[in-house]
Write a protein that binds this ligand. Structure first.
Ligand code: CA
Ligand code: CA
Ligand code: CA
Length: 383
């Protein structure tokens, strides 16, 4: 029997206590919608019009969008409506989802919004973000930040109909490609590189959706992201499992390489894998270093850039200017990856990444006459 049969419908004015972060909040029910029931902390004043707007937005847009894209919420409490509690957490957050609220502390399908944000833009977008976390937790409670926060940023983007006006994180990440796509717990807890990590994670999910999933235009893959949320394996392992299930040969490492190029170029005209269709970026990605060769220096020459220390799954970009740019080749040490992204006029752009290890990366540019040297140093397998 469905637990909802036991639940009594919530009524306006009813009291409820929510516990979060070691604090208790006494709230009362402000509005009951079709898919949500909104409680507000007692003594906190919020413009009733903002609450009405939130209820309507959640019922008509957020709930159908999030459940269709990411899956249904786990109904732990027998109440068919999602609890939205508006409480003054004071932690600087616009909204919070606490897995403990779902699993033990309150035993409710609940997320929290900050009353101070009620009058500003993005109240319902934050609801989309937090509701995605609630859904994701119900399907895979121990998924990491890269996938889970990436899906929440993607939820905000869908809610905003691909307007990036309120998502500066994408360009923050593009200004900091030295930040790892992997979002580890210590960085999250110390709140280091937050904007860049949110941006990288969101772009990663958007890229998967556009290239392999929901936004690819192929109805066979229309629920790729929902499958990703439902996949119990975490991080890249989960992505690999869903790529395999959808019949793709590419795996996370292949996707990551093209993704670093897409973030720089954003030009699907060069290669369908080298850009985003649904968004544009405000500014160019900065390059780590640049070098200029004059034609006479090219003969038998090579140039090694100074080492740059990079974490796993990050990238750095270089530009090389030369009259003879078509006759340059590029190498970096074992385990690292480099690729020429484009040659325009007399400038080549090269991306490097240490892929799954962190360490010093050295990019070396070789002129045509130096190719024999390159072969000696980096013999091809079987030669
Ligand atoms: Ca419920
Ligand atoms: Ca998991
Ligand atoms: Ca997972």
């Amino acid at each position: 029997m469905h637990p909802a049969k036991f639940a009594k419908a919530r009524a306006v004015g009813e009291h409820e206590t929510f516990r979060i972060d070691g604090s208790s909040f006494n709230t009362s029910c402000a509005q009951v919608g079709r898919h949500c029931v909104i409680f507000i902390e007692e003594g906190v004043r919020v413009d009733p019009a903002a609450i009405t707007e939130l209820r309507q937005d959640f019922d008509e847009v957020v709930y159908p969008l999030v459940t269709d894209t990411f899956g249904a919420e786990t109904d732990v409490d027998g109440e068919e409506r999602v609890y939205i509690a508006i409480v003054s957490g004071g932690g600087g957050w616009a909204g919070v989802f606490d897995p403990l609220s779902l699993l033990s502390l309150n035993h409710k399908d609940v997320f929290y919004l900050d009353p101070k944000r009620a009058s500003g833009a993005g109240f319902a977008a934050t609801a989309a973000h937090e509701f995605q976390h609630l859904v994701h937790c119900g399907h895979d409670f121990d998924e990491g930040y890269m996938i889970d926060e990436g899906c929440s940023i993607y939820a905000e983007l869908l809610y905003a109909n691909f307007s990036t006006k309120y998502l500066p994180e994408f360009d923050i990440y593009r200004q900091h490609p030295e930040v790892s796509l992997q979002w580890l717990a210590d960085e999250y807890l110390e709140r280091r590189n937050m904007g860049a990590h949110y941006g990288a994670s969101g772009l990663w999910i958007l890229y998967l959706s556009e290239q392999y999933g929901d936004l690819s235009g192929d109805p066979v893959h229309a629920h790729f992201i929902r499958d990703l949320v439902d996949e119990h394996a975490n991080g890249f392992e989960g992505v690999d499992a869903v790529l395999a299930r959808h019949g793709y040969d590419e795996r996370s490492e292949d996707v990551f390489k093209n993704w670093t190029i897409a973030n720089y170029l954003d030009d699907t005209g060069v290669n369908p894998r080298y850009g985003y269709e649904s968004i544009d970026f405000a500014a160019a990605v900065p390059v780590e270093a640049t070098v200029e060769f004059n034609a006479p220096e090219l003969k038998d020459g090579s140039h090694s850039f100074p080492p740059v220390t990079l974490p796993a799954w990050s990238a750095a970009y270089y530009t090389i200017g030369s009259d003879d740019v078509g006759n340059l080749s590029y190498t970096c040490e074992e385990n690292c990856w480099c690729q020429c992204i484009e040659e325009v006029n007399r400038t080549a752009t090269v991306v490097v990444s240490p892929l799954n290890v962190s360490g010093d990366v050295v990019l070396t540019v070789h002129a045509e006459g130096a190719r024999e040297h390159t072969r000696e140093k980096y013999p091809s397998p079987g030669m």
